[in-house]
Design a protein around this ligand. Structure first.
Ligand code: TRP
Length: 337
């Protein structure tokens, strides 16, 4: 059976952008692949090293959201990165195989550095070694499981490319050890925000969360951006610039063609249209929230899922590291792994 490795940083709750961008694929693929899903707390610390409580609390929230979305603990191993020290070890070995200038050219990291420069008003002096190097640790995440497929959103493609370069180099120096996993993208890699922004994101405050209550959903949808040229209820409008229409499509509303036609002809008021959408979104979220509630009420079950997933992951990581150390000629003692 082929293997999947993927993961997320624990930094707040999952929203429908995450769901359509990547989680939905994982839910589908978990039946056909041996699946490992990493809660990347070590990676989250590269950005939050001074706020460990935030990372710690988010880990539990992320597990609940995964389970809510339909990640099935019988099919997938959910594990915690920090509990697999072998990943940190492999990260050190990989760090010799990539140059500092190559790390600086990674478009995703580059965009993040730009944001940090603006935030701190400096010229990059606040960029840590750990931050610049997090794609190396991500490469170790993927490699240590010898994954075949990595389902992610498109912002992760540069990291996967870098991982592929690193393992190619490793294989050419120390001998064939790792295969080069392929990324796997969904059709809706980027879900737009309620404000019309190209990306739904927590920091932009334009997201609908998996755990949002019907009241929260209602409030958010009521404030969603519609065609600014539509003033009165029966003005004809352009659905292509309307976020409400966009989410009707995303929710696969069977009535979506009528929504479009009526909107264009001025036969559909925005309030009615939003109410319909609220209903659709709440219907969509309901089974997930029921599952979430079940696990919230059974914390010992969640603990067990995290523990078992992590133990399975660690077993695999140890096997890989045994080979790595032999290949790198750093095996010294029979009784020391
Ligand atoms: N960088 C990813 C994110 O920000 C999280 C991540 C860590 C990841 N390790 C990974 C994704 C390995 C895929 C594979 O969400």
């Amino acid at each position: 059976m082929q293997r999947i490795l993927t993961g997320d940083r624990p930094s707040g709750n999952l929203h429908i952008g995450h769901y359509f961008g990547s989680i939905k694929n994982r839910v589908k693929l978990q039946h056909d692949y041996e699946t490992f899903i990493e809660i990347a707390d070590v990676q989250a610390l590269t950005d939050n090293f001074d706020n460990p409580e935030k990372v710690r609390n988010s880990v539990y929230q992320l597990v609940l959201d995964y389970l809510a979305c339909g990640i099935d603990p019988k099919e997938s191993n959910i594990f915690i990165q920090s509990q697999i020290p072998e990943i940190a070890e492999l990260t050190i070995f990989f760090s010799n195989l990539i140059t500092v200038s190559r790390l600086g050219r990674n478009p995703t990291t580059k965009a993040e550095i730009k944001q940090k420069k603006e935030k701190f008003g400096d010229n990059g002096e606040s960029i840590t070694y750990g931050f610049l190097g997090y794609p190396v640790s991500q490469a170790a995440d993927i490699a240590i499981f010898n994954a075949d497929l990595v389902p992610v959103g498109d912002d992760q493609l540069p990291h996967i490319e870098q991982y592929r370069e690193i393992v190619r180099k490793f294989n050419s120096i120390y001998g064939e050890t790792f295969n080069e996993a392929e990324p796997y993208l969904s059709n809706n890699t980027r879900v737009k925000g309620l404000d019309g922004n190209n990306k739904m994101s927590k920091s932009l405050g334009n997201a609908i969360y998996i755990k949002d209550t019907p009241e929260e959903v209602s409030k958010k949808v009521m404030s969603a951006v519609t065609d600014p040229n539509k003033i009165k209820k029966d003005d004809p409008a352009n659905p292509d610039v309307c976020m409400v229409y966009y989410y009707h499509k995303l929710m696969e509303n069977p009535n979506v063609e009528n929504v479009c036609k009526e909107c264009k002809k001025g036969e559909r008021g925005c309030v009615q249209c939003k109410k319909e959408l609220i209903e659709k979104i709440n219907e969509f979220l309901k089974p997930m929230q029921d599952r979430r509630k079940y696990y919230e009420d059974n914390p010992e079950l969640v603990e067990k899922i995290m523990y078992e997933g992590t133990m399975n992951a660690r077993k695999q990581a140890k096997e890989t590291m045994k080979q790595v150390k032999e290949k790198m000629m750093i095996k010294y003692f029979e009784d020391v792994e």
